[in-house]
Ligand binder design. Sequence first.
Ligand SMILES: [Zn+2]
Length: 182
Amino acid sequence: MSSKVHSFPFPVKEQAIDDLLRDVCIRKINEKDYSEIIDTAWNIGVKAAVELKSKHTLPYDFKKIATQEGLIIIDKDKDYIVGNTRYFSEFISGQSEITMYKKSISFWAETHQLEYATAYNYILAHEYFHFLEWNHLGLTSRKFQVPMIKLGQWSFGKTGIKAMSEIGANAFVHELFLGGKL
Ligand SMILES: [Zn+2]
């Protein structure tokens, strides 16, 4: 089981580098690999969106789509802030459960000048991508591996890059709702 809460950038590819630079593994990643990592993750999100589009008709209502897939959506009337970060939603894979923090989402909607329902749907779609990763696609974060521990020229173990999952989820939302235009 994995629980994942996070802040939520607007889903455009230009943000992907910021996601990557914030990753805990960033110092182990070679700068020359940044664009390959971003492209790999972004393309996975786009591909998943294209597949979803082939199965569902507009408008993509993620409350309906997610519920049909057996996901439980819990709405909490809460502005969820920890330290300096506001969290909008949380996906718990083992329980196929998504929690949506409604007051946080209203702030996000206002910041990006979106209707609340639209913002809610974008954020739920983002979380739905994580559900797809866990249940169908495999984790995007594992598509590029970096050494877990690096001591001089020696590397031990391998770990994925969590930011890739976020980049994939943002690409998924972008492709579905923003017409796939950059
Ligand atoms: Zn996410």
